[in-house]
Structures are given as structure tokens and as C-alpha cells.
Write a protein that binds this ligand. Sequence first.
Ligand SMILES: Nc1ncnc2c1ncn2[C@@H]1O[C@H](COP(=O)(O)OP(=O)(O)O)[C@@H](O)[C@H]1O
Ligand SMILES: [Mg+2]
Length: 246
Amino acid sequence: MGVIKMSLFKKDKKLSTDSIDNGVGLITVTQPTSTIAEQFRTVRTNIQFSSIDKEMKVIMATSSGPSAGKSTVITNLAVTYANQGLKVLLIDADMRRPTAHQTFGLSNETGLTNCLTEKDIDIAKAVEETPIENLYVMPAGPTPPNPSELLNTKRMDAILMAVAEQMDMVIIDTPPLISVTDAQIVATKVDGTILVVREGVAKKGAVLKAKELLDTVHARIIGTILNDVSGSDESGYYGGYYGYYK
Ligand SMILES: Nc1ncnc2c1ncn2[C@@H]1O[C@H](COP(=O)(O)OP(=O)(O)O)[C@@H](O)[C@H]1O
Ligand SMILES: [Mg+2]
């Protein structure tokens, strides 16, 4: 789908723990007719057309470093798919800095961690409904000491296979690529990966390194979303634009 530029909203670019404490902003819910919501629909369409030979049913987002807007982008994309009428499961596989439960006001008591560590657990126990029709969330669950080891298991494959059977789309939030291997591991288990790059935050070298790390595991990169692009429409809080490059 090439590169999609979007400027979600204007705010300080400093790294913050805001989304961990309060969840991410859901502009696709609060402002469904905004330019940004429209951009997410464009991303959805582009993903649909990015692959004719392989179904894009299980997809993930990652970035080079933290606070790129991965969770913001992937969550709004999940809402966009759900609004289309698809049954969507958002899995929070960023067990180090989870946000999905906060975003939707859910409990984080039972989540992906439990599915990976408790042998006889019913996966449905870790799936919660959200206030948004068709959108379900599997929160990260309690932070384990060894997320990458847990993700790098046949058990993870089995979980993804089981949920993919029940859902129309499975959308996964992961940690950044540089510093931990979690995202690289998950990338080997999904149909496609979206790389989120935050303008003014991500350094070019880091983005190239991120791409290299994905290539190393033969990840299928569906496209790059350039988040928080400056120089866009300043007229409104949510002013934004996207460009579309091959
Ligand atoms: N386009 C944007 N404009 C302004 N703030 C943003 C933008 N995208 C994300 N943020 C903010 O940056 C912080 C990190 O975003 P988040 O989605 O949690 O990133 P990540 O999951 O990559 O760590 C959050 O406080 C979020 O609200
Ligand atoms: Mg995040």
C-alpha cells in the first residue's frame, strides 16, 4: 500500500506514558467524519488491495522505537474494520507497554499472557467485548518476565489460528522492533506487517534498521504509515493530510 502520511492530531512529540495510563485516542469513534477517520478508511482499502494472492486476515503494527503511535494507529484501524461490519479482534501483544485495556476501559486481569501460560485456558475467557460493535479485545494480561519467549512458541501459533477461525480480522499491537525481539517474532506469524513511523521522533537510521529486522525474518511489510506529519493543514486540531507513495 506504499506510504500513507497522516497527522492524527497536534501535540508535543515528547515520549509519554499517556497512552499506557489512559489508553489511546479514538478519533475514528469521536470524529468518524473527520479527515483522519477518512485516512484510516483509505488505509483499510489499501490493505485490501495490497494483496491479491494472500488474504490479509491477521495483521500487526510495529515501529522502530517507542511512542511512534503504533497503538493509536492500530487501534483506530481496528475500529475502522469493525465499522465496516467485520468481526475484529484486537490483540495487545505489547506486553511491555500495554494500552488496549485502558483504551476500552477493560480489565487487564486475563489476556494474552494467560492464554500463553495457562495450559487449559479457554481463549474466550481472554476476549472481551468493547462498546464498539464487532470489535473485541484480547488485552495483554499480566506482564510476564519473558514476553519474547512466550510469543516464540507453538502455543502462540495455535492461539492465532484459533482466533483467526472465529474472526474476520485479527489485528495485533506489538512492541517496537529495536531493543526487543517480540515484534520480529510476531511478524513471522502474521499475514502482513504495518510499519508506523513518527515524524520528528523516528531517526532515519532506526527506521532502516527496523526494516532490516523485518526483512531478516522475511516479514511481509504491507506498508508504512507516516504518523504525525507536519506541514499539514493547521486550521483545526485534527488537521491532517495523507500522501500516498509507491
Ligand atoms: N499523530 C499524533 N499526534 C500527536 N500525538 C500522537 C500522535 N500519534 C500518537 N500520539 C501520542 O503519542 C503517544 C504515544 O502513542 P502510542 O500510540 O501509545 O505509541 P506506541 O504504541 O508506538 O508507543 C500517545 O500519548 C499518543 O496519544
Ligand atoms: Mg503502544
